[in-house]
Design a protein. Structure first.
Length: 318
């Protein structure tokens, strides 16, 4: 039975150090893998034999068979995904980097075990090795990232998200998150201002080989009008937005970006203190036609059926 815990990290991870010591105290075998050492200081081999994926990871001190890995923890790494490389480059170093990246991607996608922090769950898989295993019970998501991306994009422009793209149509962009999936266009607003402490932290992180980037925010850096025609104000950096309403109207939420438009629709009714307890289907039980909700008032409880045909949200985008 598999017994080894695979920890994917780097050599400057004190948190992983403590976890490994605790696992060893409990006599749990651990293999610490630093992708930044691959391929010059460690090796990874992957093979498919009779519908089963196997192979091993080996460094100067230890080795572990993939079939002996009972759990994998992706903690942090400097070399697991370094962006898209030129697969047709004639430079030897580019070829080595491309092949190394493909091998590491195959390791992540093909390791059939219990994962903590699986790095590619929300990214469209480029390596399909795991699907070649006949007895594999795992499945791809029902939709791909490419199918979801237009909806992510629509949401970001509806809420005026501030940020910096790290991957535009497959091209890694400086200053953004180089590990994100490819997006079709930039954020609707630039990122928030960086504080002095944040600038110092970012500089130190870059010097250590990391990729700091401004976190996306639903606070407007400038006045913004969304596709529904709702205008949000600019953030004044007062610092009280986490648990409070915004006096400048600069914080995006359903109350500030969608409800103002819905409330003008004569077919729309907002019911507070109500919980949907059932989705109602048509006679073929293939299409949702409404919901049954349990509404609470101060004096009584009532059950109401709401027909989706009354609420045409799609008309707002037309």
């Amino acid at each position: 039975m598999p017994s080894t815990v695979l920890i994917i990290t780097n050599d400057h991870d004190s948190h992983a150090d403590h976890v490994i010591r605790e696992l060893q105290r409990r006599d749990v075998p651990v293999f610490r893998f630093h992708p930044e050492d691959f391929p010059h200081a460690c090796s990874v081999s992957i093979e498919i034999d009779h519908g089963r994926i196997d192979g091993e990871i080996k460094n100067a001190y230890h080795r572990v068979a993939l079939s002996d890995v009972s759990a994998a923890w992706f903690r942090r790494s400097r070399n697991l995904h370094n962006g898209r490389l030129n697969q047709t480059s004639e430079k030897l170093v580019d070829y080595v980097h491309a092949q190394s990246a493909a091998t590491l991607a195959a390791l992540v996608e093909g390791l059939r075990t219990l994962w903590v922090g699986q790095p590619d769950v929300l990214r469209r898989a480029e390596i399909k090795a795991r699907q070649l295993a006949e007895d594999c019970t795992s499945q791809d998501w029902g939709v791909t990232y490419d199918e979801l991306e237009p909806h992510f994009d629509r949401f970001e422009y509806l809420y005026g998200i501030c940020g910096k793209a790290g991957n535009l149509k497959g091209q890694v962009q400086p200053g953004g998150n180089p590990f994100e999936g490819p997006r079709s266009r930039e954020y609707p607003n630039p990122p928030m201002k960086t504080s002095h402490v944040g600038a110092i932290y970012g500089k130190a992180a870059r010097e250590l080989g990391y990729h700091p980037f401004p976190a996306p925010s639903a606070n407007m850096i400038r006045p913004y009008t969304n596709p529904y025609g709702v205008t949000l104000g600019a953030c004044v950096y007062c610092g009280y937005c986490e648990r409070f309403g915004c006096e400048m109207g600069a914080k995006a939420s359903p109350q500030t970006t969608v409800l103002p438009v819905l409330m003008k629709n004569p077919n729309y009714e907002l019911r507070t203190l109500a919980n949907v307890i059932k989705v109602n289907l048509d006679s073929d039980r293939k299409r949702a036609i409404g919901v049954t909700s349990l509404g609470c008032t101060k004096s009584s409880r009532c059950i109401a059926e709401i027909l989706l045909s009354k609420i045409r949200l799609s008309s707002l985008a037309e």
